[in-house]
Design a protein around this ligand. Structure first.
Ligand code: NAD
Length: 548
C-alpha cells in the first residue's frame, strides 16, 4: 500500500523527473511495481552508497572545476537526495565547486552552460504580476528565499541574470550545512537588466536585454516582490544576496523590521568575523570591550562587521558611543575622521574626532589597535611593516585578512605568522594551506560565511522568527566561537572543522531561536529543549520508502 502521505505521489516518468522524489536506480522492486516504474529503469537495484560511488567516479574524472560544477548541478536536477548525500559527505572538496569560487565562473558562463531552470526568474517586465508568478512555484511550504538582482556577484561585478547561480549555490549550503529541507528553499532572480555590455551583446544571455532599472522604480519592484512573498508564505525568511552597495544598505534598512530578512554580505560576514574575534579572545584571554579594531576598507563587509561588534560590545555593557569609539576605518583616502569632507552616510558613525592619517601604517602606529581587519579587496596591504608594528604593539596581534579571493587577501597566512614571529592570531576570507613556522604547524581558519548563515536560517525558520535581529547575529557568533575546540585554537584555527558544520549549525540555530523566544519575536511557543527542537527540524538526505 502506498503511504498515506504519498497519496499525491506522481508515478512513472513524472516521478523519475521530480528531483525531490526521484531515487533513480534505488527504487525498490515493490516501488517499481506499484508506482509504474517497471521497464523505465535498468533492472539492477542499487543502494545509495553504490549510487554515491558512481557519482564520485564520474565527478573525479572531470577535467575542470566548471565541469565538476555542471556535473553536480545536473545531479541536483535529477536527484536532490543523492546530490545532498554526496555534497554533505564531501563538503571540503565540493563546497568550493557549488559555491565560491567556482560558482562565480558558473555565473559568468551561465547562458552557455544552462541546462534546466532552477528557482524563479522575475523580470521587470512582469511588474504588477509578481504574486501570480510566485504562485507558479510548485512547492507550497517555502521557508527560505535567497534573492538577488545579480549586480555585484562575488568580486565579479554585474552578472545580470547569470547571478542566479549564487542564490542556487547558497541555498544548497542552507541544506548541506544546516539541514533545511530543499523543498522549503527558493532561489529568486529579480531581473532588472544589466550594465554588463558583454552580456547585452551575447546571443546566449538569458536575461532581459536592457540597462538596469534604478531609483524609485527599482524600489517599487523589490517592494512588490517582498510583499507578495510575505503574503503567500507568511513565515518565509528572505535573504538579500549580492545587491550592489548602492541598494544593499537601503534594502536592508527598509525591510528588516517589516519582513524576516537579512543580508548575508553584511550581517553574515559580520557574524562570522565576530565569531573569529571571540575565538581570538579565548586565546588572548581579553574581553571584547578591551579591543581597539582598525579596519582596512569601509564597504559593505567592513561596516557590517563594525556594526555587529558595536552591538556585541553594547550587550557587554558599553554605551553606543563607547563601543563605536573602539572601531576605526581606513578607506582608499586614509583614516576616516570627522574632518573629512563628503563621507558617505554609512561611514559617518565611525568618523571620530581625531587627527587625519593618510595611510594604514600611519594609522596603526597612531591608534595602536589590538586587531586589524582587512576588507579592502586590495592585496598585500598588510605588509611586513604593518604586521611587525602590530606584533610590537601586541603580545598576540589579531590579524584578519578577509578579502577574497586568495589573490586579493591583505596578506597570506605565512606572512602573518612569519612577520609576527609566530604570534599572530590569523584568519582569512579565502582558504590558506597549513604552514610551518619554527617547527610549529599552523592551520589557518577561513572565516567562511557558510559557518553562520545556514544556522541562522535554521534557527529563524524553526521558531518562525518575525525578524532577524542584531542580537541573533551576535549570539550566533558566540555559539560558533563556543564550538571551536581547544585543539583548533592550539593549531591557530579560529573556526571549527567543516566536517562538524551540521552539528555546529544546530547550536547556532538554537542560539538564534533562543534570542527570538526571549525577545518575543518567535512565531511559536518555546519548546522545552530548544537545541533538541532545532535538531529535530533538520532534514537528512535519506531515501524514504514510498511503499509499505
Ligand atoms: P566593498 O566593495 O563594499 O568594499 C571595499 C571597500 O574597500 C570600499 O569601501 C573601498 O573604497 C575600499 N578600498 C578600496 N581600495 C582601498 C585601499 N587602497 N585602501 C583602503 N580601502 C580601500 O566590498 P565588501 O563587500 O565590503 O567586501 C570587501 C572584501 O571582503 C571583498 O574582498 C570580499 O570578498 C571580502 N569579504 C569576505 C567575507 C568573508 O571572509 N567571509 C565576506 C564578505 C566579503
Amino acid at each position: 500500500m502506498i503511504e498515506k502521505v504519498e497519496n499525491s505521489l506522481p508515478t512513472g516518468t513524472a516521478l523519475l523527473q521530480d528531483p525531490l522524489l526521484n531515487k533513480g536506480t534505488a527504487f525498490s522492486a515493490e516501488e517499481r511495481e506499484t508506482l509504474g516504474l517497471k521497464g523505465l529503469l535498468p533492472p539492477k537495484i542499487f543502494t545509495m552508497e553504490e549510487q554515491v560511488a558512481r557519482v564520485l567516479e564520474n565527478y573525479r574524472q572531470k577535467k575542470t572545476d566548471l565541469e565538476r560544477y555542471i556535473h553536480l548541478a545536473s545531479l541536483q536536477d535529477r536527484n536532490e537526495t543523492l546530490f545532498y548525500r554526496v555534497l554533505m559527505d564531501n563538503l571540503d572538496e565540493m563546497m568550493p565547486i557549488v559555491y565560491t569560487p567556482v560558482v562565480g565562473q558558473a555565473c559568468q558562463q551561465f547562458g552557455h552552460i544552462f541546462r534546466r531552470p532552477r528557482g524563479l526568474y522575475i523580470s521587470y517586465k512582469e511588474r504588477g504580476n509578481i504574486a501570480e508568478i510566485l504562485k507558479n512555484w510548485p512547492r507550497k511550504d517555502v521557508r527560505v528565499i535567497v534573492v538577488t538582482d545579480g549586480e555585484r556577484i562575488l568580486g565579479l561585478g554585474d552578472q545580470g541574470a547569470g547571478g542566479m547561480g549564487i542564490p542556487v549555490g547558497k541555498l544548497s549550503l542552507y541544506t548541506a550545512c544546516a539541514g533545511i529541507s530543499p523543498a522549503q528553499c527558493l532561489p529568486v532572480m529579480l531581473d532588472v537588466g544589466t550594465e554588463n555590455e558583454g552580456y547585452l551583446g551575447d546571443p546566449l544571455y538569458l536575461g532581459i536585454r536592457q540597462h538596469r532599472v534604478r531609483g524609485q522604480e527599482f524600489d517599487d519592484f523589490v517592494a512588490e516582490f517582498m510583499n507578495a512573498a510575505k503574503e503567500i508564505w507568511p513565515d518565509v525568511l528572505i535573504q538579500f544576496e549580492d545587491f550592489a552597495n548602492s541598494n544593499a544598505f537601503r534594502l536592508l534598512e527598509n525591510w528588516r523590521d517589516k519582513i524576516c530578512s537579512f543580508n548575508d554580505d553584511m550581517q553574515g560576514t559580520a557574524a562570522v568575523s565576530l565569531a573569529g574575534l571571540f575565538s581570538a579572545l579565548r586565546v588572548t584571554k581579553k574581553s571584547l570591550g578591551e579591543q581597539k579594531i582598525l579596519f582596512l576598507g569601509a564597504g559593505e563587509a567592513g561596516i557590517g562587521i563594525a556594526d555587529l561588534i558595536v552591538s556585541a560590545m553594547v550587550d557587554e555593557g558599553d554605551t553606543l558611543e563607547e563601543a563605536r569609539a573602539k572601531c576605526w576605518f581606513v578607506d582608499s583616502k586614509g583614516l576616516v575622521v570627522k574632518s573629512r569632507d563628503n563621507l558617505v552616510e554609512h561611514k559617518l558613525r565611525f568618523a571620530h574626532d581625531y587627527p587625519f592619517e593618510p595611510d594604514f601604517l600611519s594609522a596603526v602606529k597612531s591608534l595602536k589597535p589590538t586587531a586589524i581587519i582587512g576588507v579592502s579587496t586590495i592585496p598585500k596591504t598588510f605588509n611586513q611593516e604593518v604586521i611587525q608594528t602590530m606584533a610590537e604593539l601586541n603580545e598576540r596581534p589579531i590579524i584578519f585578512a578577509l578579502s577574497n579571493p586568495t589573490s586579493k587577501s591583505e596578506c597570506s597566512a605565512e606572512e602573518a605568522y612569519t612577520w609576527s614571529d609566530g604570534r599572530a592570531i590569523f584568519a582569512s576570507g579565502s582558504p590558506f594551506p597549513p604552514c610551518v613556522f619554527k617547527g610549529q604547524t599552523y592551520v589557518p581558519g577561513q572565516g567562511n560565511n557558510a559557518y553562520v548563515f545556514p544556522g541562522i536560517g535554521l534557527g529563524a525558520v524553526a521558531c518562525k522568527a518575525k525578524t532577524v535581529t542584531d542580537r541573533m547575529f551576535s549570539q550566533a557568533a558566540r555559539a560558533l566561537a563556543d564550538q571551536v575546540l581547544e585543539s583548533d585554537l592550539e593549531m591557530g584555527r579560529m573556526y571549527p572543522a567543516l566536517s562538524r558544520i551540521r552539528e555546529v549549525s544546530a547550536y547556532i540555530g538554537a542560539a538564534v531561536a533562543e534570542v527570538a523566544f526571549n525577545d518575543g519575536v518567535a512565531g511559536i511557543e518555546k519548546p522545552a529543549n530548544v537545541l533538541e527542537f532545532v535538531r529535530s527540524q533538520q532534514w537528512a538526505p535519506e531515501y524514504r520508502n514510498y511503499v509499505k
